[in-house]
Write a protein that binds this ligand. Sequence first.
Ligand SMILES: O=C(O)C(=O)C[C@]1(C(=O)O)C=C[C@@H](O)C=C1
Length: 261
Amino acid sequence: KHEMAKAESNVSDGLTLELIRESLIRQEDTIVFSLIERARFPLNSPTYDKSYASSVPGSGGSLVEFIVKQTEAIQAKAGRYENPEEHPFFPDNLPPSQVPPQKNPEVLHPAAMSVNINKIIWDMYFNELLPLFVTPGDDGNYASTAARDLECLQALSRRIHYGKLVAEVKFRDERKDYEPAIRAQDRDTLINLLTFARVEEAVKKRVEKKAMTFGQEVTLGDDGNKGKYKVNPAIVSRLYGDWVIPLTKDVEVEYLLHRLD
Ligand SMILES: O=C(O)C(=O)C[C@]1(C(=O)O)C=C[C@@H](O)C=C1
């Protein structure tokens, strides 16, 4: 199947829309599982409270900011952000990679480097999404809570910034259609070109089903827990419909606008 997809593509590096969509589908598993893991804890609002962590040296903000900045610094040294699929939430003052450079194939246009919408993802996650899928309350597990938040943020960020690869392959496949719109810097036409409404509907239905499947209570014996899920499947579908897909499309448009620079 993969070989066929490759053969159909005129692209030398084997990048095809079909392969990229397979990766997006696989990443749905990671996102749904990371939400389930976060939902084990209640909101735990001190995790996000600037006064709670103010005595932690170098936190400069909340406990979650401290965990994310420190983790990103370690991962930067290990070469994580040399990979074009990874984007830091706090790109300023990250230490350089200390591992030998990897030979990542140059798939994307160099302008891709400047597209990072993690600030928007951060605000969406904490202000809109989190209150929808965790229970209110406080069990004191703030460090674990922050670690789970980081996993959700990284999974969402990777998926949304995959829009760069999606856009690149669409551009190569339909250059004649995309070039005039890019020259005219015409966002509306670009959005129309890159939108597949039926694919979006399928994505939303599939993530809802994954939330039901992965988030069910597994018991031996009676089915007293039937219909109870660890994360509300309707909210996972809404996460995709309201945020993940629109933000992926924003990344696609931003990337395409600079594709001919
Ligand atoms: O699969 C694509 O073609 C994408 O561009 C990805 C995606 C998505 O975010 O799931 C975004 C826009 C399309 O309308 C369909 C799906």
